[in-house]
Ligand binder design. Structure first.
Ligand code: SF4
Ligand code: SF4
Length: 146
């Protein structure tokens, strides 16, 4: 498929999590949606990192459809911020991160954050004992109760 490729962070409100919005988007527009990572539970806010590929008007139409259905959309990498000064590399976040965005190097036992894998679930914010991870502003996800 030629055209454009957009990687987006999607937030599904609790009343939309159970609806087949992604499959409706694929059926309604000529796009492919590749879900890279997701954390979805019934009746809870769901977060997903996905790649939407297709001709530009179709991709934009897809995002407009999702947005008008109540899905919040943000660019990847805006889910949170890591304060390197506060991080002690204790590894608590890496043990809980569901997508592998936080990892521990076996060479120097330092923690690294790959924001291209982050779905802004907020688990590391809660887990960090040193307050080194803070919401990045994409969704204000601590307010979502995650
Ligand atoms: S918010 Fe934290 S725990 Fe959740 S995916 Fe991103 S880095 Fe991992
Ligand atoms: S939990 Fe906090 S202090 Fe520990 S490695 Fe992760 S970001 Fe650093």
């Amino acid at each position: 498929m030629s055209g454009v490729t957009k990687t987006v962070l999607l937030e599904f409100p609790p009343d939309q999590v159970g609806k087949p919005l992604v499959s409706r988007a694929v059926r309604g527009f000529e796009v492919e949606i590749n879900i890279l990572h997701a954390r979805i539970s019934p009746s809870e806010v769901g977060r997903m990192l996905a790649v939407v590929e297709g001709e530009e008007p179709e991709v934009e139409g897809t995002l407009d459809f999702l947005s008008s259905s109540g899905v919040r959309i943000a660019p990847p990498g805006e889910g949170l911020a890591l304060d390197e000064e506060l991080c002690t590399h204790c590894g608590a976040c890496a043990g809980l991160c569901p997508t592998g965005a936080f990892t521990v190097s076996r060479e120097d036992w330092k923690v690294a954050l790959d924001m291209t894998r982050c779905i802004a679930c907020g688990i590391c914010v809660e887990a960090c004992p040193y307050g080194a991870v803070t919401p990045g502003g994409a969704f204000g996800f601590t307010e979502a109760g995650l």
